[in-house]
Design a protein around this ligand. Structure first.
Ligand SMILES: NC(=O)c1ccc[n+]([C@@H]2O[C@H](COP(=O)([O-])OP(=O)(O)OC[C@H]3O[C@@H](n4cnc5c(N)ncnc54)[C@H](O)[C@@H]3O)[C@@H](O)[C@H]2O)c1
Length: 397
C-alpha cells in the first residue's frame, strides 16, 4: 500500500478485517507499506499492521512477494504508480478520482484493459458503491421498481474550509489534486448515480467558484521555503499566503443517456454539513433516497401501492438478504463508514482469486474523469453545454 493517512488507515482496516469476516479463497498478507518519511511510515506500519515499510514505492512494484498494489496517495501520483504496477503484472486498487487529468486516466484505463488479458485485475476506489443501501438501490432500479428514471438529484456537502484561515493543503492545489470539491467529493456522486441508475452522463452545464482565493501556507511551506517557491512577498500577498488553484464548489445540471435529468452539487462551503451525501432518484413508478448520515437506511416510495397506503417506507438495510450483510451482525445491528472498505477488499480479493474483472474498473474511473473534465470546461466557458464522451470510445481513441 502506498500512502498511510486517511485512506491508508481505512484500507488497512479493511485488509486486516476482510478474512475474518468473509470466507475467501485467498488470504491477505499486509506485506509492505510506503510513505515519504522513514520515521512516520515506520510508525504507521506498526500502528496499521503492515509487516514492513519503505520510502520508495518502486519496491512494491518490483517485489516478487507482492501481488496487489493499493494506491492511497493524492491524485498526482496515481498514474505513475498504477502504470508501473500494471506493467509489472501487479493487480491494482487505486483511490478515486482515478487521476488528475483525462489524459492520465485514459492511459491508465488502456493499460488496465490490456493487462486483463494476462489476468491482471484493477479497481478504482469508489467505495460508496459498497454501502449495502447503495448496492440495494442499484438492484431495485435494475429490477424496474422505479420504472423509467426521470430525475437524479445528488449533493455531496462538507464545510471544512469555510474558515479563510484554513491552510492551503494538497486538496486545494490543482497540481496535487486535479480539482477541488468537484474531483474530491463530486466524483463520488457522479460515480454513484451512474452506478445506481445504470445510465451514463452524456452532457453537462456547470458553474464553479473559488470563494477564498488565498490561504495561509501549511507550516512546512511557510517562511523562507514559501518565498523560495515563489509564493508570498513577491506577489504582494504576504510571505505566508498562497493561491487556491481549485474550485471550492461545483454545481451542474446533466443529461443521462436513458433520458433522465440530473442535478449535482459538490461544496466544501456548506456550513454545518460535515460529510452530507444525499442522492434521490425519481422514476415513473417510485422514488429511492439515500442519505449517508443514515447509511443503514433506504427510503422507498412505491407508487404502485394502493392510494390509501402510499408513503415513504424506511428500509433498514441490515437483513442477511441485503448485499454484504450476511457476514456481519444479526438484523438491526447497524454497520458504519469503514465497513464499505471491507466490502471493497472482499470484492477485489474474490475477483483476483476467481479470475474475474472487478468493478468499478479503471474504465469506470475514466468515465467519471471525463465528466469532471467536461464540468471544468463548461464552467470556464460560461456554463456552455458540454458533451461527455463514452469512456470506452476514449480508451479506443
Ligand atoms: N474512497 C473514499 O471515500 C475516499 C476518501 C478520502 C480520500 N480518497 C482519495 O484517497 C486518496 C488519498 O487521500 P487521503 O484523504 O488519504 O489523503 P491524506 O493526505 O490523508 O494521505 C495521503 C498519503 O499519501 C502520502 N503520499 C503523498 N504523496 C506520496 C508519494 N509521492 N509517495 C508516497 N506517499 C505519498 C502521504 O504521506 C499520506 O500518507 C486521494 O486520491 C483521495 O481523493 C478517497
Amino acid at each position: 500500500m502506498v500512502g498511510y493517512a486517511f485512506m491508508g488507515a481505512a484500507h488497512s482496516q479493511a485488509w486486516r478485517t476482510v478474512n475474518r469476516v468473509y470466507d475467501l479463497p485467498a488470504q491477505v498478507r499486509m506485506a509492505l507499506v510506503c510513505g515519504r518519511d522513514t520515521g512516520k511510515v515506520a510508525e504507521a506500519a506498526d500502528r496499521l499492521g503492515w509487516e514492513a515499510h519503505t520510502t520508495d514505492w518502486r519496491r512494491l512494484v518490483e517485489s516478487d512477494e507482492i501481488d496487489v498494489v493499493d494506491i492511497c496517495t493524492p491524485g498526482d501520483s496515481h498514474a505513475e504508480i498504477a502504470l508501473a504496477a500494471l506493467a509489472a503484472g501487479k493487480h491494482v486498487l487505486c483511490e478515486k478520482p482515478l487521476a488528475n487529468t483525462v489524459a492520465e486516466a485514459r492511459e491508465m484505463a488502456a493499460a488496465a484493459v490490456a493487462a486483463q488479458t494476462a489476468g491482471v485485475r484493477s479497481m478504482c476506489g469508489f467505495t460508496y458503491r459498497r454501502v449495502p443501501a447503495v448496492t440495494l438501490m442499484r438492484q431495485m432500479v435494475a429490477e424496474g421498481r422505479l420504472g423509467t428514471i426521470r430525475h437524479v438529484r445528488a449533493a455531496y456537502l462538507q464545510d471544512w474550509i469555510v474558515d479563510p484561515q484554513f491552510p492551503l493543503v494538497w486538496r486545494l492545489q490543482k497540481d496535487k489534486a486535479g480539482s477541488g470539491a468537484l474531483g474530491d467529493i463530486g466524483a463520488h456522486i457522479i460515480d454513484m448515480t451512474q452506478y445506481v441508475t445504470g445510465q451514463r452522463i452524456t452532457g453537462v452545464s456547470a458553474i464553479t467558484e473559488t470563494f477564498v482565493k488565498q490561504r495561509p501556507l501549511p507550516a512546512e511551506y511557510s517562511g523562507l521555503a514559501a518565498q523560495a517557491a515563489g509564493n508570498g512577498a513577491a506577489d504582494g500577498q504576504g510571505p505566508d499566503m498562497g493561491p487556491v488553484t481549485v474550485d471550492d464548489a461545483a454545481v451542474f445540471v446533466a443529461r443521462l443517456d436513458d433520458g433522465a435529468l440530473a442535478t449535482y452539487e459538490a461544496s466544501r462551503f456548506a456550513t454545518g454539513r460535515k460529510n452530507a451525501l444525499r442522492v434521490e432518484i425519481n422514476g415513473s413508478l417510485g422514488t429511492l433516497v439515500f442519505d449517508l448520515e443514515r447509511l443503514n437506511e433506504l427510503e422507498f416510495y412505491d407508487a404502485t401501492r394502493p392510494a390509501a397506503e402510499q408513503g415513504f417506507t424506511r428500509i433498514l438495510v441490515t437483513e442477511a438478504e441485503h448485499p454484504y450483510m450476511s457476514a456481519w451482525w444479526p438484523p438491526g445491528h447497524i454497520i458504519g463508514y469503514e465497513h464499505s472498505f471491507t466490502h471493497q477488499a472482499r470484492d477485489l480479493v474474490e475477483a483476483i482469486a476467481t479470475g474475474v474483472d472487478p468493478a468499478p474498473s479503471f474504465v469506470d474511473g475514466l468515465q467519471v474523469q471525463l465528466v469532471l473534465d467536461a464540468v471544468t470546461r463548461s464552467a470556464e466557458l460560461g456554463s456552455t453545454w458540454t458533451h461527455v464522451e463514452p469512456a470506452l470510445e476514449a480508451v479506443a481513441a
